[in-house]
Each structure stands twice: as structure tokens, then as C-alpha cells.
Design a protein around this ligand. Structure first.
Ligand SMILES: *Cc1c(COP(=O)(O)O)cnc(C)c1O
Length: 361
């Protein structure tokens, strides 16, 4: 008999985007670019870096367990109260905290089948049943999800926009979905890419925080360029947030992450530059892919899902040899697709050059 819990044995580990350093080491390459994890290609806000330097001498102390200043700052930014926020070691941790806080042994969780893999992995580690509903035209099929809700369903995870497709649920679809949901069901809206949205019909989710069972997840990992520090947050009403606070580690968010996040929130200039870089890069990549006759999904996020028409792992591996790291979608069962993060101009140009080499070789 194994000493390891069954659901750990049955869990497939999360496969992360390949790190730059590992690629250099393994392939003996000098110039490697990573367009695989939807990180900020411009780096981090200079103000955040300044804040980190300033606080280095404080790391002998435990961080503020309550995240007092950051919650206060977030409350101001969203016109809510500090107790509406729960901080996490990345929003990844908050997915775990939410499952631990709300889902009993015999209850289930619903999400889409081609979405952020952590919902499934963390459900399984916690021994909770996860039901995945196929996307429809690469979008969350909220009607089908609604049909799958049963008396044991406690949580529904919706990544909006969705990763890896870059598609989104509109405000009309969302309002329809909200109507007639069971009262004992909690909806988690994972808005990791909200900063990049440039459409008018994206749902304004904040207005539901205090009157519906809605929890919003956001992160500093993408637009704010702090992925390496691990910090995200949940927005929830106090009856929820108070209990979520019990399910987390007491010092889950480190001092430097809290201080960097505080500073990054004040750096509007860096955020704007990031948005513009992504929007321009997206236009450029669309036009190149159109010219090449390659199918892709229009994206409201900072990445594009591309159908290479070939075995995606082969494309990933071949691009790697030229020092370009993308994400192959094998783990998602999208066998001819790669996901590319929009980078700086030079990076996007190199991506297209290498993609041509690899596809037309
Ligand atoms: C990147 C991402 C996250 C989170 O990341 P953290 O780095 O853990 O904050 C959460 N959800 C989705 C859909 C993502 O793509």
C-alpha cells in the first residue's frame, strides 16, 4: 500500500513556462526570450524596485500578517473597505484558500475544460471533485455550466478573460448567468488580466461583491510585473473574507511583495506603458499572423492562442532551439496550439521570424 494519498498520486503536476536560465543552460544558448508565462516584458515598475531596495533591511522581521497598508491602499483604489480584501502568495494561493474555506468533502466545483489548470489541480489536491465543461467556440459556455450545477455544487471558477484562449464572458452573458443561480453557490471570477481589457462589454464585477455570492481574484503578476514576488488578492464581502483569512498561512505574503505592490499601485505611468506595449504588440502580431494565413483567437489579454496546424510540442521544441520560449498547449489537449505572450517590439519580431522558420522548414 502506498504511503502517499491517492489524490496526490493521481494529480498531474502543473507544468510551468520554461525558465530562461534553464533554456540557456540546457541548450547552450545566449540570447533567450521568454514569451510563455504572460509576464510583463517591460520588467517591473521602477517605483516597486525602489520600494524593495528600501525595505531590504527589514527582512529579519516577519511581514505584517494583516497587510494593513496594502489593504488600505486597495480599498481606496476600488472604493471598498480594507476588510473586503484577502492577500495571497499569488492568486494561486487564494484558489486554494477559497476551496479550503468553502467546499465540504462531498461538494463539487465546476469550471471549463480549457481554462487555468490550477483550478483542477488544487481541487484534486484538496480531494474535491471538479467538473469541467467544454468551451463553446473557445469561450466559457455559461449555459452549459448552469445545466451542470447540482445540489452539491459549491463553487464555479470563471477565468475572465480566459487563459489560455484570451476570450471573455460579456456583461450580458454574465447577467444572464447570475439570474436564477442557487443561493448557496459561490462564483469566483478570476480577473488576472483585467488591466489589458479594451472592450466595452466586459462585466463590471465589483458591483456584485456586497450583494451576490461573488469573489474576485486579481494579481500583481501580470500587468504589474511582480510575478517573481508572488502576490495577488481576493475581493470578497466581509462574511467571506473573514473566514478566508483563517484558511491561509499567517505570513503568506512577504514584506518585499507587500511594499512593491503598494508602490506599483501608484505607478500609473508604468501601467500605461505596459498597456500600450501590449496593444501595439498585439496589432503587430495579428497582422503578421494574418499575412501568414495562420489562425489565432483575438485576445483581450496579453497573450494569443495560435493554431499552428502542427504538433504543438514539436513547434515549442523547435522554437526553443532558436531561443524563443512559448507555451505548447498539449497539457490542455489543444494539440496544434501554442500560446504566446505579447512581448516588446523586438521580441515579437523575433517570435515571428522564428515561427516562420519552424513552420516552413
Ligand atoms: C497567471 C494567472 C493567475 C495567477 O497568478 P499568480 O501569479 O498566482 O497571482 C491566476 N489566474 C489566471 C487565469 C492566470 O492566468
Amino acid at each position: 500500500m502506498s504511503l502517499i494519498r491517492k489524490n496526490i498520486i493521481n494529480t498531474t503536476a502543473y507544468i510551468a513556462g520554461k525558465p530562461i536560465e534553464e533554456t540557456r543552460r540546457e541548450l547552450g544558448l545566449k540570447e533567450v526570450i521568454k514569451l510563455a508565462s504572460n509576464e510583463n516584458p517591460l520588467g517591473s515598475s521602477p517605483r516597486a524596485i525602489e520600494a524593495i531596495k528600501k525595505n531590504l533591511s527589514g527582512i529579519n522581521r516577519y511581514p505584517d500578517s494583516q497587510g494593513f497598508y496594502l489593504k488600505k491602499r486597495l480599498a481606496r483604489a476600488f472604493n471598498l473597505k480594507p476588510f473586503n480584501f484577502v492577500l495571497g502568495n499569488g492568486s494561486d494561493e487564494l484558489i486554494d484558500v477559497i476551496i479550503k474555506t468553502f467546499v465540504e468533502d462531498d461538494q463539487n466545483i465546476i469550471t471549463a475544460d480549457n481554462t487555468f489548470l490550477e483550478y483542477g489541480i488544487i481541487s484534486q489536491i484538496n480531494n474535491r471533485k471538479i467538473i469541467t465543461v467544454p468551451l463553446k467556440y473557445f469561450k466559457y459556455d455559461l449555459e452549459a455550466i448552469k445545466r451542470r450545477i447540482d445540489k452539491n455544487t459549491k463553487l464555479v471558477f470563471i477565468a475572465n478573460p480566459n487563459n489560455p484562449t484570451g476570450t471573455y464572458v460579456t456583461k450580458y452573458e454574465f447577467t444572464d448567468f447570475l439570474a436564477g443561480l442557487p443561493e448557496d453557490l459561490i462564483l469566483v471570477l478570476d480577473e488576472a488580466y483585467d488591466t489589458f481589457i479594451d472592450v466595452d462589454d466586459f462585466p463590471g464585477s465589483l458591483k456584485y461583491i456586497n450583494n451576490r455570492n461573488v469573489i474576485i481574484l486579481k494579481t500583481f503578476s501580470k500587468a504589474y510585473g511582480l510575478a517573481g514576488l508572488r502576490i495577488g488578492y481576493a475581493i470578497a464581502r466581509p462574511e467571506f473574507s473573514a473566514y478566508m483569512e483563517r484558511a491561509r498561512q499567517p505570513f503568506n505574503v512577504n514584506l518585499l511583495a507587500q511594499q512593491a505592490a503598494l508602490a506599483a499601485l501608484d505607478d500609473k505611468k508604468f501601467l500605461l506603458k505596459t498597456k500600450n506595449t501590449v496593444l501595439e504588440g498585439k496589432k503587430y502580431l495579428y497582422s503578421c499572423l494574418d499575412a501568414m494565413g495562420i489562425a489565432y483567437l483575438p485576445s483581450v489579454a496579453n497573450f494569443i492562442l495560435i493554431d499552428t496546424g502542427k504538433d504543438c510540442f514539436g513547434v515549442f521544441r523547435d522554437m526553443l532551439k532558436y531561443g524563443v520560449i512559448v507555451r505548447d498547449m498539449k497539457q490542455y489537449g489543444l494539440n496544434s496550439f501554442i500560446r504566446v505572450t505579447i512581448g516588446k517590439k523586438k521580441e515579437n519580431e523575433r517570435f515571428i521570424r522564428v515561427l516562420k522558420k519552424v513552420l516552413y522548414k
